[in-house]
Each structure stands twice: as C-alpha cells, then as structure tokens.
Design a protein around this ligand. Sequence first.
Ligand code: FES
Length: 118
Amino acid sequence: MPKFQRHLFICTHEREPLDPKGSCMHRGSLELASSFKKKLYDQGFKRVVRANKAGCLDQCARGCAIVVYPDNVWYGGVTLDDVDEIIEEHIRHGRVVARLVIADEDLTGIDPNNPPQN
Ligand code: FES
C-alpha cells in the first residue's frame, strides 16, 4: 500500500465544560473531523490523505486546531465553513490557507530547537 501523502490531525480533545481552557470538542471538532473525512473521501483522497482525530494539540485558546503533516502547517479557529477551502486550496493545490494559520511564534508548544532550561 502506498504511503499517505498528507495527514490532517484534528484535535477532538474534551475537557469539563467549565474548564477555563475550553476544548476543541466543545467547539465542534467532532463534526469538523467527520466533515474532513467525508469530503476527502468524496473528493477522491481515500488512501492519499488521511484525517485523524487527535488529542489536545496545545493550541486550545485558538478554537478548533488542526495540523497538516508533512507540511507542518497549523490552523486555528477552524470551522465547518473552512473545510472546503482547506481541501481545495491546501490539499488539492498545496496552497496554505493563510488566514487560518497559527504563526510559528504564536504556537504554544515547546520549540524543540530551543527547549526550556531546567
Ligand atoms: S483542546 Fe484542542 S488544542 Fe487543546
């Protein structure tokens, strides 16, 4: 079987409803993941591009978070209204949807090239 060309990891993490960090699941990420899976399949990307549900991507403050590999492009605040554009622009044509990108300097994860000192 050939390798997938891209993976979309869609955060579907859930926290308690009153948790101040919120969580992507409570912002509609399960529906988002289902929409990506269905539309990628319908548009012929089966076994080419894989949409996976993921745990917390540590971008919780930015709305539903997605990362696309191997491109290493992070999207935040993604809604159902953005699915078609991400598939058409990024997946089909390789053009990043700039308006949804979480800039590198805004990513809340730890930079592996500059880890915190103990
Ligand atoms: S809960 Fe989705 S990025 Fe943290």
